[in-house]
Design a protein around this ligand. Structure first.
Ligand code: RFL
Ligand code: PHB
Length: 384
């Protein structure tokens, strides 16, 4: 087989890259280890920042976001006794959309089929070489795919990351995890609530008018099955301030429980010869800033332009700059995600707790503080 760009991984980075390349007249083949059903159903991120929506709209993928997504002007920040709304539209003229990654994934799979680009699901033994990839297809046949460029979009566990020799890596592991639930109940809030509490952080998010997504800070190694539904709802009620100023958290049937460890990771450079890394293959952020999916989208917005110039015109200038250009935003989001995480998660140290509360009060009550959070959360323009 031969194609212009071989893409490893059918997550949001790989599928969007394939779509952007097709729009620019470049052919690609996507290789994915999992099944189509699995990648379409994976529950992950839920927030699209301003520029992600603009980009998806510009390539014909905005209709369902507008029709079924939920536009949010900002978020609530809270600590015991106080809840503050930060209005991103007033502060920075930008905002966010609640639109689940599962929906983005479905839209992208549909777009791939419409563009007539190939996705090979359930492949195994994927090996990267300088100008080709070898793999075993679903039927057990060994295959060789030759390509002018290879895009490593295979997330944090794929082989692409290791194929960049002598890379520099930066990593921080946090001493807590997120216990996430999905529940069949209308959200008890119109916009997301990020709550600091002495028991630990809690987040009230949502997926739709009838499905809520909530998270609790828990110790690393927590077994999700060791928490009963009642215990989860009681702890969420405590941390989210049920009963304060008349606010109520409505519990409902829990349909999914999972525990997500948290880390920050950056690998540089994001290129080695013909191999280019994008999304979680190159970096991981803790979810507190809602940046993982958005950063994957921002990477491929840059990478698609670089690959179109390289493949169609032999112009390597954008490809040569890709890693440096992408890393500027990667480190901004890495810092923002670390900052949100360390401001909101309790460490057990009373000194840390006082610093966190002081910072939260400053962010919520000072226009300068609130603007910094809003600019980063709603997202800097693509190309920042
Ligand atoms: P993905 O989505 O991980 O996709 C990578 C794809 O590559 C496939 N793959 C391979 N394919 C071929 N050959 C191989 N050898 C392969 N090895 C792996 C995988 O099956 C997969 O389909 O990376 P991508 O595209 O870079 O997208 C990044 C985002 O998915 C990610 O940043 C976010 O989902 C992060 N994230 C969250 N972000 C948030 O903002 N809020 C959240 O609540 C949130 N929850 C999460 C998350 C990430 C999670 N992961 C990665 C474990 C929850 C989880 C469980
Ligand atoms: C989510 O809805 O899954 C979500 C929202 C905001 C975050 C992280 C996760 O910061």
């Amino acid at each position: 087989m031969r194609t212009q760009v071989a893409i490893i991984g059918a997550g949001p980075a790989g599928l969007l890259l394939s779509h952007l390349l097709a729009q620019g007249g470049v052919e690609s083949v996507v290789l994915e280890t999992r099944s189509e059903e699995y990648v379409a159903a994976r529950i992950r991120a839920g927030i699209l920042e301003h520029s992600s929506v603009e980009l998806l709209e510009s390539v014909g993928l905005g209709d369902r976001i507008r029709a079924e997504g939920d536009h949010h002007r900002g978020i609530y920040l809270q600590w015991p006794g106080e809840r503050h709304h930060l209005d991103f539209v007033d502060l920075v003229g930008r905002s966010v959309w609640v639109y689940g990654q599962t929906e983005v994934q479905k839209d992208l799979i549909k777009a791939r089929a419409a563009d007539g680009q190939e996705i090979h699901y359930e492949v195994t033994e994927v090996e990267l070489h300088d100008d080709h990839v070898t793999f075993t297809d679903k039927s057990g046949q060994s295959q060789r795919l030759d390509a002018t460029a290879i895009a490593g979009c295979d997330g944090s566990f794929g082989p692409s990351r290791q194929a960049v020799p002598a890379a520099e890596t930066y990593e921080k592991v946090y001493p807590y995890s997120w216990f996430g639930i999905l529940a069949d109940v209308a959200p008890s809030t119109d916009e997301l609530i990020y709550a600091w509490h002495p028991n630990g952080f809690a987040l009230h998010s949502m997926r739709s008018a009838t499905v809520s997504r909530l998270y609790l800070q828990v110790p690393n190694g927590t077994d999700p099955q060791s928490w009963s539904d009642d215990r989860i709802w009681d702890e969420l009620a405590t941390r989210l301030g049920h009963g304060q100023n008349g606010w109520k958290l409505t519990p409902g049937p829990i349909t999914d429980k999972s525990v997500l460890p948290m880390r920050s990771y950056v690998q540089t450079p994001m290129r080695h010869h013909n191999l280019f890394l994008a999304g979680d293959a190159a970096h991981i952020v803790p979810p507190t800033g809602a940046k993982g999916l958005n950063l994957a989208i921002a990477d491929v917005a840059l990478l698609s332009k670089a690959l179109i110039a390289k493949v169609k015109e032999g112009d390597e200038r954008l490809a040569d700059r890709y890693s440096d250009d992408a890393q500027r935003r990667v480190w901004r989001c890495t810092h923002f995600s670390w900052w949100m995480t360390t401001m909101l998660h309790t460490s057990g140290d009373p000194f840390d707790a006082q610093l966190q509360l002081s910072q939260l009060k400053w962010v919520a009550n000072s226009e300068a503080g609130a603007t910094g959070l809003a600019e980063n959360y709603a997202g800097l323009p693509i190309g920042y």
